[in-house]
Write a protein that binds this ligand. Sequence first.
Ligand code: FUL
Length: 473
Amino acid sequence: MKKILILILFSATVVNAQKQNPAVPLPTKQQLQWHEMEFYLFVHFGPNTFTDKEWGEGDEAVDIFNPSNLNCDQWCRIAKASGAKGIIITAKHHDGFCLWPSKYSTHTVGESKWKNGRGDVLKELSTACKRHGLKFGVYLSPWDRNHHKYGTPGYNDVFVNMMKEIFKNYGPVWEFWWDGANGEGPNGKRQEYDWNRFEKTIRQLSPNTVVFSDIGPDIRWVGNEKGIAAGTNWNLLDTAGFKRGLGAPPNDTLQSGNVNGKNWIPAECDVSIRPGWFYHSKEDDKVKSAEELFQLYLKSVGRGANFLLNVPPDRRGLINEHDSTALVGFYRLRKESFQKNLALTAKGSLTSQTGTKSAPRLNDGNPTSFETVVKANLMQLKFEKSTSINCIILREYLNKGQQVKNFRILLMDGENNLIKEINASTVGRKRILTFPSTPVKSIAISIDDQKNSATISEVEAYLIDENLIERKD
Ligand code: FUL
C-alpha cells in the first residue's frame, strides 16, 4: 500500500519539473518579526466611548472624554493574560479627538477637563506597554471630522506633524495603522491624502515601524472586519494601480493575496470582541465567547495571517469584566489545545524517487530549522504506536518565501491503509487544520503544487477538545 501510494503521488507531480525563480518576494526583517507577533489587541477609545457612537461627528465637547479610572496597566495585564503580544490604540479616530495633547489640534485631551488637561493616554499606554513587555502600536485616522484644515493641503502637514509627535514622544512604535476612510470634513470637503509623504515620514523617523493599510506597504487589510483570512492566503500582493480606501483591490483579493504578487504584504485580520468597535454597555452580553475567539484564531492565525482583536475599554477606562473573562478563557483554550505536540516523538522522513531519508527538522519543535522539500518529495511522520489526533499544524520557513500552493495530508493506520485525506492550499507562517479525531500510525504530506522548493520548518500534531475543531464559516 505504501509503495502504491508513493507511486501515485510521484506520477502526479514529477511531470512538472520545477523552475527556480530567484526573484521571489521575501519578507523584511521587520515583517518577519511582525509575523511572530501572531495575536495582539486593538483598543478603540475616545469620545465615542462616552457618547455611545461608532463614528463621532467631530463636534463633541472635549469634556465628554472623562474616564473615571483610566488604568493602562490593567489593559496590559489583561493583554498579557490573553497571550496578546502588543496593543494598538486609536490615538485619533474619525472624530479628530487626540488622546495625546497634540500641538496641531485644539481638540485633544489637553483641552479637556480630564486630569485638568494634563492627561495623556498615549504616554500612559506606551509606558505601561514597556513595563509589561508588550509592543505598542498606533492607529491614526487620516479622516478628521473636526480639524479646520481638513480638506485643504495644509491638513497633510498637520497629519505629518502629528505622526512626528507620536514617534518622538511615545516611540518606539511597532505598528502604525492607517485607516483608508476618506469622508468629508467640517468644511464639507474631502482630503487628498499625501500618502507618499506620510510613508516617507514614517520610514525616515522610524524605519523599524511596520505600516498597515489596505495595501501596505508592510501589512495589508484582510478585506473584511470579521477576523477571517481566506483558506488560500498568500503573503503576496500586487499593489500597482491600486489606492488605499475606495481604490483598494477587491475584498476577495485582499483576503487571499495574489499567488504571484510582487510584494510581500501579509494579511492582518481585525475584528472586535463586541459588535461595535467602541464600548457600549448595551453590548455587554454580546461579547464573543472564548470558544468563538478560538474559532477566529483558527481562521486567522491558522490561515497564516495575524489576529488583531479589538477590546474597547469602558467609560471607567478599564477593560470590562465581560471582555477579560472571554480573553482569559481564550488563552486557556490555546494553552490546553497546543501544549502537547504529539509529533515530537514521531520519526520524520522525506521520501523521494531515490529513497527515504531521515528528516528530523520536520518535527524538532524548532520553527527556525527546516527541511527543503522539492516537488514530488513526500514528508512522513511515523508514530511508535497508534495515536489519536484531530489537528495538524504546518509551518513554512518564511525567510525563504512562501512556496506551497496545494497539498494533501494522508492519515494512515498500522497497515499503511489510508484512513483520511485532507486537501488544503497554502501554508505560510502557520496552517492549522482540524478534523474529527482519528487514530493514526503515520502521516504523509504531499505538496502537489508549489512555486519553488518549499522550506517546511514544522509539522505538529495535536488532540484538541473535539468541540473546538473548525466550524464552517
Ligand atoms: C474602520 C473605521 O471606520 C472603524 O470605525 C474602525 O476604526 C475600523 C477598525 O476601521 O475603517
